[in-house]
Design a protein around this ligand. Structure first.
Ligand code: B12
Ligand code: SF4
Ligand code: SF4
Length: 257
């Protein structure tokens, strides 16, 4: 399979964009060496799936999250399908990398670094550039792309990098971030973002358990039927719940609709 055929198959599997990076062009200082994921790795196929605009912009953030999960499911089946096709047709190994979780929850990453940095992979694969919000902006789909990837042993060349500065520093993302997590250029303050964007994530769970342990028996009974506990329960089986998508929705850069 050549790049054109892999791209065609990726698009047929539901991706909106497909890009290629030779492994030498992928640089992410804080991420593991890709050889620890696939010893013979030579290239990365990056697939971008656009978010559903109506859901992303919905005032009901449950619908935005639902749409994110649907988009991630689509990307999951896309990368598994493509990886198997590459293995069958080219007789090389391939490794799908999912859009988000699972990630290493142990030290030092503690859930804050993926096995492959999909933003750095997307940039190396010619799918966009970093914006002031530290997310990748695509020339057509803007910030509204979810990425997933397939590592392969095929010697594929990188696509041309995006040369344009798509972010014009309008600062809308910084001003609209409810957590003020983007105030420092080139750095997202992870914990500030997490507290607002995932109120029912690990931080919320630890806070709830601490309060529960200190509460009197009657208060404990009430806490276990509270909305807070119900949200935590739901997060425990759906995986995670983002409540904030502001930096994605407010960014006008590159967005063609
Ligand atoms: C852990 C994680 C987080 C952590 C952040 C940890 C971190 N510092 O990266 C938290 C929970 C805070 C988070 C938040 C969000 N995330 Co997140 N997250 C991830 C995940 C799973 C791993 C990221 C990782 O490995 N980071 C570690 C290393 C690579 O980070 P780093 O080297 O420190 O780089 C950081 C900075 O240094 C800076 N940076 C690095 N190099 C350069 C160069 C330039 C020029 C600039 C300007 C900046 C810059 O960018 C990074 C942001 O802090 C990825 C999926 C994946 N496997 O890649 C998704 C991912 C990055 N998240 C994504 C999204 C959309 C979000 C949120 C909008 C949440 C939401 N509602 O969806 C927010 C946005 C926060 C923001 N504006 O930065 C998307 C980004 C898509 C895109 N178009 O870019 C990804 C790729 C998921 C996906 N499959 O699409 N996320
Ligand atoms: S909202 Fe404005 S400043 Fe932020 S990334 Fe987009 S174009 Fe750049
Ligand atoms: S997801 Fe929300 S809280 Fe996190 S950086 Fe983006 S706007 Fe800020």
């Amino acid at each position: 399979m050549d790049k054109a055929e892999i791209r065609k198959q990726g698009l047929e599997a539901g991706a909106d964009v497909v890009g290629f990076a030779a492994i030498e062009d992928y640089h992410s200082k804080k991420s593991p060496d890709p050889k620890t994921l696939l010893p013979g790795v030579r290239s990365i196929v990056v697939l971008g799936y656009r978010e559903v605009h109506g859901s992303l912009e919905s005032p009901n953030k449950r619908l935005s999250m639902m749409s994110r999960m649907g988009t991630m499911d689509l990307s999951k089946s896309g990368v598994y399908r493509l990886a198997k096709l590459i293995e069958d047709r080219c007789r090389v190994n391939a490794v799908p990398v999912l859009a988000s979780y699972p990630v290493d929850m142990g030290l030092p990453a503690m859930g804050l670094a993926g096995d492959l940095s999909l933003r750095h992979a997307a940039i190396a694969a010619g799918l966009g550039v970093f914006g002031r919000h530290n997310l990748v902006i695509h020339p057509r789909f803007g910030t509204r792309l979810v990425f997933a990837a397939v590592l392969t042993e095929l010697p594929l060349t990188s696509d041309h990098p995006v040369k344009d500065e798509l972010c014009d520093n309008c600062m809308l993302c910084v001003e609209n971030c409810p957590a003020r997590a983007l105030d420092t250029e080139g750095r997202t303050e992870d914990l500030k973002c997490l507290r607002v964007s995932q109120p029912y994530g690990i931080g919320g769970l630890i806070g709830f358990i601490r309060k529960l342990m200190k509460a009197k028996p009657e208060e404990q009974k009430a806490m276990l039927v509270s909305a807070e506990f119900m949200h935590l329960y739901q997060a425990s089986f759906i995986g995670f719940q983002y409540n904030c998508f502001e930096c994605m929705t407010c960014c006008p850069a590159g967005l063609e609709r």
